[in-house]
Design a protein around this ligand. Sequence first.
Ligand code: DC
Length: 230
Amino acid sequence: MNGHLSIAIDGPSGAGKSSLARRCAERFGFLYVDTGAIYRTVGLAAYRLGIDRRDTDAVSAMLPTLDIQMAYNAEGEQRMLLNGEDVSAAIRLPEISICASDVSALPAVRAYLMEMQRKMAREHNVIMDGRDIGTVVLPQAELKIFLTASAEARAERRMKELAAKGVPADFAEVLRDIQYRDEQDSHRAAAPLKAAEDAVPVDTTSLDFAGSEALLCKLIREKLGVEAVK
Ligand code: DC
């Protein structure tokens, strides 16, 4: 216990972790930490440098050459800086999702990014989302949530997000990307995606955003004994 409260939200890509975690953080006055963005920044760096993302030696040699910073702007949004450049938009490109998944399978990358994540939890009340927050990064978190939804429901939500941004997308391709990442994130040797034993499972397949938000807020109030500030 370090005087700060931690909430860990883990689950597969597209289950709604980041939008729900962001909303709950806002409502309870916690800091939202998106750990996937950190892996994406490493994935982007490897992509730009033309490094084979599955080659442990090459990626390990790259890590100390990178300056990766997490910053929050005036609106409280998390921004990722790679060697001083704001790469928050670039890391969201679909090809970078695959790069992030590839580099995140390497233990050297996971070890390198661990301290950055733990430091945030030591210094703030956090809602942190990722794949191994409840199991590895913050095993002492006061509340752990494992958020899931069927692959089809997640692909449908992703299609809507892309359509809202005016990005044309093919359902089969979006579903395939999700399944590729599920498979790789769940079966890798290093910190595979799995629920912590003491995590509360939440399946949002048949819940809309408001329903999911209400459920998470209820868990936070009950488990942490805190009240929403918004
Ligand atoms: O949540 P996301 O889709 O932005 O994450 C990008 C990739 O990073 C994802 O394929 C899995 C990986 N990741 C991880 O291994 N551990 C985390 N704590 C967060 C993300």
